[in-house]
Design a protein around this ligand. Structure first.
Ligand code: IMP
Ligand code: MG
Length: 193
């Protein structure tokens, strides 16, 4: 006598199933971010720097970084689109929402997710420099030096990554994968469009 077939619900695949390889684990990110926060604490003791997050990509990194800093900081953000929809990789990022706070005479740290060609940061550094900050430096979670087309000074860098498209920890592919807690490489078949 045959058993009635049981229908066992299959678990929905998670976004992790689109990842071919984890490049930087959540644990390694947390450790490195703590080191960067400690360096910022040392370098800006008594200065109350302004952390300017470049949204959306740097959202996760900035949220973690600011919580490792033990002195006062002010927060600001700019919302940019490095590759405006429907265009080829453009050299001028589109500023969708500009920085709202006064940075004249203040120490500013631009917080970015990844520096690839460097064009986005170059353009933002030029714009912010015109507002007369006391100093302007960059904290980047990831550096992809192989992509560099314009030099940008990076004061704080989390990790160097190889010449590959990475996602997670704020970085996206077509708006997705930002919520992965680690940095990974996408599987070929997950790369649509
Ligand atoms: P850049 O202007 O070429 O330096 O790069 C600017 C932006 O492109 C970064 O801030 C990211 O938002 C995005 N980007 C560059 N490389 C990657 C990647 O490997 N994965 C996801 N986003 C990337
Ligand atoms: Mg970005």
């Amino acid at each position: 006598m045959s058993q009635p077939e049981l229908s066992v619900p299959r678990p929905e695949p998670t976004i992790s199933s689109d990842i071919a390889k984890v490049l930087i684990s959540a644990h390694a990110l947390a450790q490195r971010v703590h080191e960067l926060g400690a360096a910022i604490d040392r370098d800006f003791a008594g200065q109350e720097p302004v952390l300017v997050t470049i949204l959306q990509g740097a959202l996760v990194f900035a949220a973690d970084l600011m919580r490792t800093i033990q002195h006062h900081v002010l927060l600001g953000s700019v919302l940019v689109s490095s590759y405006p929809i429907g265009t080829e990789r453009s050299k001028e990022p589109e500023i969708i929402a500009d920085l709202q706070i006064d940075i004249r005479g203040r120490h500013v740290i631009l917080v970015d997710d990844i520096v690839d060609s460097g064009h986005t940061l170059r353009a933002l550094l030029n714009r912010l420099q015109r507002r007369d900050p006391a100093s302007l430096s960059v904290a980047a979670c990831l550096d992809k030096p192989s992509g560099r087309e314009t030099p940008v000074p990076l004061r704080y860098v989390g990790f160097e990554v190889p010449d590959a498209f990475v996602v997670g920890y704020g970085l996206d592919h077509s708006g997705r994968y930002r919520n992965l807690p680690y940095i990974g490489l996408l599987r070929e078949n997950a790369i649509r469009d």
